[in-house]
Design a protein around this ligand. Structure first.
Ligand code: BJW
Length: 233
């Protein structure tokens, strides 16, 4: 591991599954309970805002009851001890990486605990419901939506992510199905730039063949083992 210095880690719903947070595409996952077009597109929100706000209110409440698991804690341990740069990019909108102790988490698909005012553009920390149409703390308009990235919208901080992918020695993907772009393309980007690529997942992702190595199993076991390896423990 000596020549490895800069690491980009991408996490998906699988890293939070063992904290009791539903994934999207697994059996019984969120997309079996709701049509993605209805709850995760701007068009669905325009058609039926109550449905979408209720969907996110329910999930925002659940996230606040959940606790980080061994995978989140192991990544925080690596983040604190690693000499080189680590960029932790998550597609998850929960705050479990932060609560495990990672200071700088890049939430490319937004955050449950933020509300975004469509009237004035202000983002405010938000823990309660939005379906009641509360006023924006900044402008007073009742125009808040979840601060999340739906299909057809631009994920956040793409420039920072691509800069880190251009400069990393190792790209690690944890618990994501590889079904959603641009995140699903990060492995190819990192590989094209010369990085080693590793996947940790319960099942092979859609882009599994792009990885130099795939390890299969639950994140709560694979991630702590991998972190111990990286730290020479
Ligand atoms: C475990 C485990 C355990 C379980 N241990 N593992 C055709 C081709 C290419 C792209 C497109 C296309 N047509 C349209 C597009 C673009 C579109 C897209 O990708 N569509 C696909 C359906 C094809 N993408 C977009 O629109 C994005 N924007 C965009 O592209 O803008 C233009 C642009 C271009 C170029 C550069 C930059 C921008 C926006 C995508 C927004 C996605 N939003 C959501 C909702 C966010 C809010 C919310 O949470 O509600 O993000 S959808 C949902 O999917 C959510 C997730 O972050 C995302 C990924 O899901 P994830 O994390 O992979 O979860 P699952 O459930 O799919 O998988 C779980 C995995 O965990 C599985 O692999 C399990 O095995 C594993 N697992 N238990 C370890 N215990």
């Amino acid at each position: 591991m000596e020549r490895l210095r800069n690491i980009v880690i991408l996490t998906g719903a699988g890293v939070s599954a063992e904290s009791g947070i539903d994934t999207f595409r697994s059996a019984g996952g969120l997309w079996e309970q709701h049509r993605v077009e209805d709850v995760a597109t701007p068009e669905g929100f325009a058609r039926d805002p109550d449905l979408v706000l209720g969907f996110y209110d329910m999930r925002r409440a659940a996230v606040q009851q959940a606790e980080p698991n061994e995978a989140h804690h192991a990544l925080a341990r690596l983040d604190a001890a690693w000499d080189g740069d680590i960029l932790l990019v998550t597609q998850n909108i929960d705050d479990l990486h932060e609560r495990a102790g990672v200071a700088d988490v890049l939430h490319m698909h937004g955050e449950h605990l933020n509300a975004w005012c469509t009237a004035c553009g202000t983002r405010s920390r938000w823990t309660g419901p939005l379906i009641t149409r509360p006023p924006c703390p900044a402008c007073g308009e009742s125009a808040l939506r979840p601060d999340v990235v739906w299909f057809g919208e631009m994920p956040y901080q793409m420039e920072r992510i691509y800069a880190a992918l251009a400069d990393c020695d190792l790209f690690v993907s944890i618990g994501t199905s590889g079904a959603v772009y641009p995140a699903a393309g990060f492995v190819r980007e990192a590989k094209a730039n010369g990085a080693l690529t590793l996947e940790l997942n319960l099942e092979p992702s859609q882009g599994s063949h792009w990885f130099d190595e795939t390890r299969l199993g639950p994140a709560s076991e694979l991630v702590p083992d991998w972190v111990s390896e990286m730290l020479g423990e």
